[in-house]
Design a protein around this ligand. Structure first.
Ligand code: 5AD
Ligand code: SF4
Length: 433
């Protein structure tokens, strides 16, 4: 979501005639987009902002701003802590950033807004911003009404707001016209798209409309809440040609006691049965998840339940975190806080277990043929091309031609921890030299 927001800001500014620079020393405007989902992310952002002080002393003409969730949470207090900052803008206010910058440039002092009621907007005039890109995010909704007891997001991104389907479809057509081959729809809880305002289409309907546009090779979405995963949405995985074989479905814990304290509104069994149903519709689907260890009151048995669950599901990949106390959240009041050392121990045990699962899943893919959307040259700079499988795994392979933006057939010859190595094959599965 933050990557998308930073892109939106860049697009607005480029549309206004600004240019991007790779060097902070050449910049006239420096905006730091921030995350506050865990304390560590916030700390990192604040440290980076602190470092701007000396630059601003040398070049007082620079306009500097703090954008995003830390800005939302701390508001104009940030001006007191960092007096050299000119702009504080919450995540719902970025769409009007040019007005705020104009205000500062005209010498009308510092500017700020943290109004959570503003509507998100999609911009279509990218002025070359998308050049050379193969994949793109597309925001379809903003905010969250779920109030999981550990989570600050509802307080910093506001209530769930769905973007108009017409705008999403127009933006998709625009992205396709600019060479984008794969779109990932994003929102805090995409499967509750349009449910609150009782507007059509709901999320499965939106997927269907986008699938039928034509010209789009791949469609993905993140993130889904298990409690809102409808049969209709599960059915989409069997019906829609462009919908990729991957779902990110955060589970957060394998213990019913903890899930209840987290206010997640599903049980471990419900989660397992959802996964089984999805797999029935799309047997080759990859499943990834988020999991928190050391939530207040998490006993050794609760933690064991999480370990067991990751064995049962065998996630393709898992993003795991130590519970971090966040302002305003319900979990702050809960008894049974765990110390840092114990949280770290549980995280290490969990991550070690998941590493083995991920590796074995990737190894199991050896010998299979995967369709890969080529994104460009690989990181190693050794002539390899890189892309992703439908299941969202990184696959690298050698090729003489540049297949950027194309779907190619790749036979997997080796599965590693974080990627797959393959070779290009033709439609008869013969190696292409
Ligand atoms: N502590 C630790 N992890 C958190 N997440 C959200 N809030 C917290 C918190 N307070 C994790 C959840 C969520 C992911 C984006 O971040 O797992 O799915
Ligand atoms: Fe946070 Fe829960 Fe909303 Fe996800 S669903 S953003 S974890 S409150």
């Amino acid at each position: 979501m933050n990557v998308h927001d930073s892109d939106t800001i860049s697009q607005i500014l480029i549309n206004k005639g600004y240019k991007k620079t790779d060097s902070i020393n050449d910049a006239h405007i420096i905006l730091i987009n921030t995350c506050t989902v865990r304390q560590k992310a916030e700390q990192k952002a604040l440290t980076l902002i602190g470092r701007l002080a000396s630059l601003k002393r040398k070049r007082p003409d620079i306009i500097s701003g703090i954008i995003g969730c830390v800005a939302q949470e701390q508001g104009t207090n940030l001006f007191k802590r960092f007096p050299f900052i000119d702009l504080v803008l919450g995540p719902r206010n970025i769409y009007h950033i040019d007005d705020f910058l104009a205000q500062i440039k005209e010498g009308r002092g510092k500017a700020s807004s943290i109004d959570l009621t503003w509507e998100p907007t999609l911009f279509t005039n990218d002025n070359g911003y998308l050049k050379g890109k193969v994949t793109s995010f597309l925001k379809i909704m903003e905010g969250c009404d779920n109030f999981c007891s550990y989570c600050i997001v509802p307080f910093v991104r506001g209530r769930e707001t769905s973007l108009p389907a017409e705008d999403i479809i127009n933006k998709s057509k625009y992205l396709i016209s600019q060479g984008i081959q794969e779109i990932t729809l994003i929102g805090q809880n995409v499967n509750s798209y349009n449910t609150k305002n009782k507007t059509m289409p709901t999320f499965p309907g939106l997927l269907k409309e986008l699938d039928s546009i034509g010209g789009l090779k791949r469609l993905r979405f993140i993130t889904s809440h298990p409690k809102d995963l409808s049969d209709e949405l599960i059915g989409s995985f069997g019906e829609l040609k462009s919908l990729c074989a991957h779902i990110h479905l955060p589970v957060q814990s394998g213990s019913d006691t903890i899930l209840n304290l987290m206010n997640r509104r599903y049980t471990r069994d419900k989660y397992i049965s959802l996964v089984e149903r999805i797999k029935k519709v799309r047997p080759d689907i990859t499943i990834t998840s988020d999991l928190i260890v050391g939530f207040p009151g998490e006993t050794e048995k609760d933690f064991e339940d999480s370990l067991q669950l990751i064995d049962t599901i065998a996630f393709d990949n898992l993003f795991s975190f130590k519970y971090s106390e966040r302002p305003k959240t319900k979990a702050l009041q809960l008894p049974g806080k765990l110390d840092e050392k114990e949280k770290q121990r549980r995280l290490s045990v969990l991550q070690e277990r998941q590493r083995k699962i991920t590796l074995s899943k990737n190894t199991l893919m050896e010998g299979t043929i995967q369709e890969v959307l080529v994104e460009g040259p690989g990181k190693k700079g050794n002539g390899q091309l890189t892309g992703r499988t439908s299941g969202n795994k990184v696959a690298n392979f050698f090729a003489k031609k540049n297949f950027k933006g194309q779907l190619v057939r790749v036979k997997i010859i080796k599965g590693f921890q974080n990627s797959l190595l393959g070779e290009l094959v033709d439609k008869y599965n013969q190696k292409v030299y």
